[in-house]
Design a protein around this ligand. Structure first.
Ligand code: MIG
Length: 750
């Protein structure tokens, strides 16, 4: 951006202010590894929605000025600041990690307005074909070997290089294709893995954002936004894992969930009555398929009015919930932000009385259509509105509701998008839809989280469709309306891995696919591939083929059960990973590149993933395939099903007929497992079985009541298990504060 030459600078603690001939810029050290760069083009007072509280720790750095440039010497990185706030970041050996691109963009105008119109007439969609300069814009150089990961839920592949994306939370019921600019979430963070270094960038700006990773020109990547400040954090790290640790230090980490939330969930938009829910719930138990919840989609509400219950179809308030709770089902209900405009409806009346809804510029309440018809939109950016929303959850928790699923919070609307000038707030500051759109769900989720925490006393499960960076502190996510097609099963892997690297450790897809009709093979392959999806739910739309496994055939039911049981077996391992995530920010599902950064075979590996560091999963995601080419990275790997030993750094062909998902356990692993139950809480988990593979190993296992916050007061156990070369186990207690297992057994895989 055109600021001209540096005139002066001024250092105050962690903050460096730079005076340019044509404006100002700021550099702010958060830590030795995290540095914020800002041109306050819109506002002097930067307030982040994603970063809460002051994260800065004291750091040592020195600033020197020569004729044209500033030279900042830090502990981990050095920074050169030049004219026009051009930035070069170097490591301590003097090697450039990343630098601004000098020169103009070469925007390809591949389509004339005339052709664009022609295409539009027949309904062709044109995604990002015409580039444009943005009000806020940043160009940085790309090197030949750079790979880009992260950016949340974007479609396509693991590595985003040569793709174009936008950040504008969007409700997209059509099939999500790899060339789509945006889906439901806006997470302007990515990791650039270079030949021999790595860094992260977080462009913290909530306006409509744009990313081009070398698509328009292989020499540079472009970030842009429609308004706001140029405001980004550079995140240094010696590995991708360290960059993620820094990013999640800044924006927060996925908190420890309740154990049951990691179990299996069944859902459908189209359970139209208490009878439908009951049939599915008892159907699961009868067929011995473990299940935690049969979730309530919008039909449970009275005329889609949030915080109400339809007693005509779903029986007397509380009755069904109580009955199913007795069988171990935890009620999870959907909530939308759109609040029906109807006099006499308590939410509407309260909202009007207290001016809680977003307004038109003239002050009248803004109305658009969603499920309930004419609806209003709570102005969640204000604390008092979030408090009101939080309190409203008592209507549900009084009935026994245990978790909330927030939908349509992009916000979606049926009568065209919300106009730019709809008035919203962030805190007390008045602003408009353009700035709030991408953080609307974030603020809603905070309200939900606080309400559920208050009324249940447990760690809330809030499942959200839309979000922004930092929402991971409050909500789990699912990837929205996918379809029952093979490409969407394939996309599960890169999409959940990228969400994980973007801070969202608790994420899942609709198993079986939401839109369209699934078939038995696709459903079986989906449950195989999803067995380690952090959030584990089968869901489908109205008027599609039913997706409860027994609606197909016995083989499907058996395969399905086998994988849901496998999930329950590995629950303590998954739970341990969530425990570790609080320290490291590392996700549960990880692309191989996260742990094998130097192995070029894994930079673009889209059909395998790791669970933690010890389990490698290489599912079959291609129709009709019965063999899988599996890449095993360096080390020794054991086939989970046969115990067969393989040396890594090679491809192998694994026989994988329907019902077999190739799974490998790393040598020297100690993996905690539980006995399969029909639901968490069916019986006490008083026995732990350790699955071990040959080789010396060490593993820390976490145990608590799996429900509330008592662990914060020390009510938990930490076991350190160690095996020697002969497989002999020793156990050390690192912390003791909870009832210990009665038995710990060892089971050797090979
Ligand atoms: O546009 O509540 O993504 O999971 O079942 C439909 C009905 C609105 C969209 C969600 C989907 C949910 C559905 N909702």
């Amino acid at each position: 951006m055109k600021l001209g030459k540096i005139k002066n600078f001024n250092v105050e603690g962690n903050k460096l202010g730079i005076e340019y001939a044509g404006g100002k810029a700021n550099i702010n050290f958060i830590s030795d590894e995290i540095v914020r760069f800002e041109i306050p083009c819109k506002s002097e007072n930067y307030e982040s929605v994603a970063v809460e509280g002051d994260k800065a720790v004291s750091c040592d750095y020195e600033v020197k000025k020569d004729a044209d440039d500033l030279h900042i010497t830090g502990k981990k990185i050095d920074i050169k600041v030049s004219s026009d706030f051009s930035i070069t970041i170097l490591d301590k050996t003097g090697k450039v990690i990343v630098s601004d691109y000098q020169g103009e963009r070469t925007i390809p105008v591949t389509i004339s307005e005339k052709s664009l119109k022609q295409l539009g007439d027949e309904g062709h969609e044109v995604f990002g074909a015409i580039g444009k300069n943005h009000k806020v814009q940043d160009l940085k150089k790309i090197d030949k070997d750079d790979c880009f990961y992260g950016l949340g839920d974007k479609t396509g592949y693991l590595n985003k290089r040569e793709y174009y994306f936008e950040n504008w939370n969007s409700d997209i019921p059509q099939a999500h294709t790899e060339n789509m600019p945006s889906l439901y979430k806006s997470i302007p963070f990515f990791i650039c893995k270079k030949k021999d270094s790595v860094y992260g960038l977080f462009y913290d700006n909530t306006y409509h954002g744009y990313f081009d990773f070398g698509k328009e020109n292989s020499e540079y990547f472009v970030y842009g936004a429609d308004d706001g400040n140029l405001n980004y954090y550079f995140l240094y790290g010696e590995s991708m894992a360290e960059v993620i640790k820094n990013y999640t230090y800044l924006t927060g980490r996925t908190p420890l969930p309740q154990l049951w939330t990691l179990g299996y969930h069944q859902c459908r938009w189209g359970y139209e009555s208490a009878k439908d829910i009951r049939d599915v719930a008892y159907g699961m138990r009868e067929r011995r398929i473990p299940c935690e919840s049969v979730q309530y989609d919008i039909d449970y509400m009275d005329k889609f009015k949030v915080f109400t219950w339809d007693e005509d179809y779903y029986e007397e308030k509380g009755k069904l919930i109580k009955e199913l709770s007795g069988k171990g089902f935890k009620p999870v209900v959907i909530i939308d932000p759109g609040t029906k405009k109807e006099d006499g409806y308590f939410m509407y009346d309260e909202g009007v009385e207290n001016s809680y809804f977003a307004t038109n510029p003239d002050g009248s309440i803004y109305v658009n259509k969603v499920w309930p018809g004419d609806s209003t939109f709570p102005d969640f950016g204000r604390e008092e509105v979030r408090k009101w929303w939080a309190e409203s959850h008592k209507n549900l928790t009084d009935m026994g509701v245990m978790a909330i699923w927030n939908d349509m919070n992009e916000p979606a609307s049926f009568e065209g998008p919300l106009p730019d000038d709809v008035v919203f707030h962030i805190g007390d500051r008045k602003t408009d839809h353009r700035e709030v759109h991408n953080v609307y769900a974030h603020f809603m989720d905070i309200g939900t989280f606080n309400g559920m925490k208050k009324f249940t006393g447990r760690r809330p499960l809030v499942i959200t469709r839309a979000c922004y960076s930092g929402t991971q502190k409050y909500a789990a996510v699912w990837t929205g309306d996918n379809q029952s097609i093979w490409p969407h099963l394939q996309m599960l892997i890169p999409q959940l891995c990228n969400l994980g690297m973007s801070g969202f450790a608790l994420a899942g897809t609709d198993i079986g696919g939401f839109g369209g009709n699934t078939n038995s093979e696709l459903l079986c392959r989906w449950i195989e591939a999803a067995v380690f999806s952090p959030f584990f739910r089968n869901h489908t739309a109205k008027a599609t083929r039913a997706q409860e496994p027994w609606k197909f055939n016995d083989e499907t039911t058996d395969i399905y059960r086998k994988y849901v049981e496998l999930r329950y077996k590995f629950l303590p391992y998954i739970y341990d990973l969530f425990y570790q995530c609080q320290e490291t920010g590392l996700p549960i599902m990880r692309p191989l590149v996260l742990h094998y950064e130097d192995d070029e075979n894994v930079f673009n590996l889209n059909d395998e993933f790791l669970v933690g560091e010890n389990i490698l999963v290489s599912p079959v995601v291609v129709q009709g395939a019965t063999k899988k080419m599996v890449y095993l990275p360096e080390g020794t790997w054991y086939d989970y099903w046969t115990g067969e030993k393989h040396e890594g750094k090679q491809y192998i062909i694994k026989d994988a007929p329907l019902g077999v998902c190739p799974i490998y356990i790393k040598g020297g692993s100690i993996i905690p497992t539980y006995e399969t139950v029909q639901y968490v809480g069916e019986k006490p988990y008083d026995k732990l079985e350790l699955l071990v593979t040959p080789g010396a190993g060490k593993y820390v296992h976490y145990q608590d009541n799996g429900e509330d916050y008592k662990y914060l007061e020390g009510e938990y156990n930490l076991y350190e298990f160690e095996t020697d070369e002969n497989g002999k186990l020793s156990t050390k207690m690192l912390h003791e504060g909870y009832e210990k297992y009665d038995q710990i057994n060892v089971n050797s895989l090979a």
